[in-house]
Design a protein around this ligand. Sequence first.
Ligand code: MRU
Length: 344
Amino acid sequence: MQHDSIRAMEWTGASLRLLDQRLLPARRLYLELRDPAAVADAIRDMVVRGAPAIGITAAYGLVLAARLRQSAAPDAWLAGLEQDCQTLAAARPTAVNLFWALERMMQRARQLQGDPVPALEAEARAIHEEDLAANRRMGELGAALIGPGAGVLTHCNTGSLATGGYGTALGVIRSAWAAGKLSRVFADETRPWLQGARLTAWELVQDAIPVTLLADGAAAYLMKSGQVQWVIVGSDRIAANGDVANKIGTYSAAVAARHHGVKFMVVAPSSTIDMQTPDGEHIPIENRDPAEVLSLAGQRVAAEGAAAWNPAFDITPAALVDAIVTERGVVQHPDAEKMAALMA
Ligand code: MRU
């Protein structure tokens, strides 16, 4: 398909190859992983990141676990797999896709008799393929909401690198661009990991979609200038009432969007919707190493002696969201009732 040439992960049949996103865009290096502990480390250390990509990676991690435990007796095999599942689940706390994918894999594992590896491999591949298909569908649905000649702003990286391919918010931007609807694409640089500057800009440049970067603090001023009509973001977890957890800085963008009359769109597959979590207050927010804020590319930039606060995500209340786009359909002005109807 046009405008989609990158893959974050590749299953070889015996190992998982991950594009090391920490090195992009300077270097394109694939790591080859063969056991679930290495996969958990890769998720925690941001080799791979983005909610759907983390879930798909963890699913393949369980296939590696099943291969390594293949010779054990059936009972011991399943108990061992449960342990590997815990290791993978502990890698990062906010993106619900991680737990969703692991639960789906374990449900399949618990039903199996005989050699479990082919069935688990098929399940992981299905999770991967379904995510890609969901992104394509969301691309169409989201692009249909955008009027001609619109400018858009996105935050973090929600593209092929963050998913099974094509992307969530970036998938909508790809589809809207292909349909000739967009005048400009702006991307926040997204401190402290610079997913916007390093990854979103890299993906868009590869696909020949012109992109303009801005410092995160410039977003409200951009909105005031009238150059953007939509802010389009992904999500790591959407609560049952439509509150949205996403990369730190999303909430500021949503507040600024509402103030300036700019529309705010969240694009996420149904695997990101967590009906067990009633609202944003109950979503666990990952706090990462203060060193990520105090440094830039491994080089200390902050004054010695300063401390840092480094929440990786924030919560945007449902009331600030104009549309949640999923592969099941679009929810305008989300609330608990509409989310329940979508997920029924
Ligand atoms: O810390 P990251 O890079 O894993 O955070 C990623 C995001 O916040 C994305 O916006 C989100 O996962 C949606 S990606 C399709």
